[in-house]
Design a protein around this ligand. Structure first.
Ligand code: FES
Ligand SMILES: [Fe+2]
Length: 421
């Protein structure tokens, strides 16, 4: 999806399409169209169409990765993933001999993978070419070729890969939401390949305005009232930015138009006080592991695109995984901080309702919007401060990473020169 970056009007065509007076005046004053024509205020973010390098990303459920090679695409790179004696390994998915995907291959010797075409055989641990089967045991090419490898980890029942620029991968636990590392939890997850740029998915997830309006028709929200609008501010704590709700307006009178409300007779009554755990009601007892986090706001986001929505009894996460510039993986995770027998009601609720209503229909509305979003250009409004702060976070954190790389004498993979979205 390549964006027309700047929309300018050819002078020859201008008389045919006369702009209204006010707009022409604004254009001539500022020399450009009103609104934001590109994302050049956030150059790293703008050029990260295929994702940010230097992070761990979930790519599949652990159960999907077996001794049979599987191909995945992450940040535009094709990667072969397979399991050997319980451990997951990942190698660049292009045989250096003639460019055939290694993921079409198979295992002929323990600890290795062999290319389907001529049997070049690579050590899974370090990528060394240890045999070229069709050139006999003494093939001189052996040990002269090394296939790039990727670090792997397994967390939350999923396989994670690290894609960097030669730096050591940070511990994956430093990147996961802290409460998931420190507390026992049961999780229900959904991984879905979706169309659209990963940044539209993050921005949709953290966007303040849409949940109250787009999702008002979702069955998941059927009995829950939604505010018409909120007063909010964004607060940074550590590597997360939180949206703090200061005021919620459940009804509003639009002058000359009428009243608009997210309430109805069949919905629960709105809470009397503003809540920052869950977005509609604060009356349920909050799970101690969630309460202990003292989240300043119920919606938070961190790099490289992790959304966290804290409810009284569970936390919902979304990991937006860049596949390439036009596709991403939606990874929805619902975590219940309980262990033993107390996990049973969660399983029942997840399989009976959450999986279909929340990870299914509700989240399907987001999927649709991410597919059809087309920005920049864009004309942002007050609730989009969430988007601006997220882009700023991405920019700041990337500056810090680039400084660390420079210090280590490493060069990041070239940013994409063209402006893509
Ligand atoms: S292309 Fe892989 S062995 Fe020839
Ligand atoms: Fe949404």
């Amino acid at each position: 999806m390549v964006a027309e970056n700047v929309t300018t009007e050819s002078p020859a065509l201008a008389p045919a399409v006369r702009k209204p007076r006010g707009e022409r005046a604004r254009r001539s004053r500022r020399g450009k169209l009103p609104g934001r024509q590109d994302w050049s205020s956030w150059p790293h973010y703008q050029s990260a169409a295929a994702g940010f390098r230097g992070y761990w990303y979930p790519v599949a459920f652990s159960s999907q990765i077996t001794g049979k090679p599987t191909g995945v695409t992450l940040l535009g790179e094709r990667i072969m993933v397979m399991r050997d004696k319980g451990t997951v390994y990942a190698l660049k998915d292009r045989c250096p001999h003639r460019g055939v995907p290694l993921s079409y291959g198979s295992q002929q010797f323990p600890g290795t993978v062999s290319c389907v075409y001529h049997g070049w055989t690579f050590d899974l641990k370090n990528g060394d070419l240890v045999a070229a089967i069709t050139d006999g045991p003494d093939s001189p090419i052996c040990r002269k070729v090394t296939q790039p490898t990727f670090e792997t980890a397994e967390r939350l029942g999923m396989v994670w890969l690290f894609v960097g620029d030669g730096e050591d991968a940070p511990p994956i636990d430093d990147q996961l939401p802290e409460e998931l590392v420190d507390n026992p939890a049961v999780v229900g997850a959904r991984i879905q390949a979706r169309e659209g740029n990963w940044r539209f998915a993050v921005e949709n997830g953290y966007d303040e305005g849409h949940a109250k309006y787009l999702h008002r028709t979702a069955l998941w929200r059927l009995f829950k009232p939604m505010p018409v609008w909120n007063e909010t501010r964004i607060e940074q704590r550590g590597r997360w930015i939180y949206r703090v709700q200061e005021k919620q307006y459940w009804d509003a009178e639009f002058e000359g138009l009428g009243r608009w409300t997210g309430q109805a007779w069949y919905k629960k009554k709105p809470p009397k006080t503003v809540t920052n755990i869950g977005n509609t009601s604060g009356h349920r007892e909050v799970n101690p592991a969630i309460a202990a986090q003292e989240f300043p706001g119920f919606a938070s986001v961190s790099m490289p695109g992790v959304l966290r929505i804290a409810y009284p009894t569970f936390i919902h996460y979304e990991f937006y995984v860049p596949v390439d510039a036009d596709n991403h993986l939606y990874v929805g995770v619902m975590a219940n901080f309980a262990s033993g027998i107390k996990t049973l009601p969660f399983y029942a609720k997840y399989l009976g309702a959450v999986r279909w209503l929340f990870h299914g229909q509700f989240s399907g509305q987001d999927k649709w919007m991410v597919e059809v979003t087309d920005a920049p250009p864009e004309r942002l409004y007050r609730p989009d401060d969430s988007l601006l702060q997220w882009r700023k976070l991405a920019e700041d954190v990337t500056e810090e990473r680039l400084a660390r790389l420079a210090e280590a004498g490493l060069t990041p993979e070239d940013a994409e020169p063209e402006i893509v979205k």
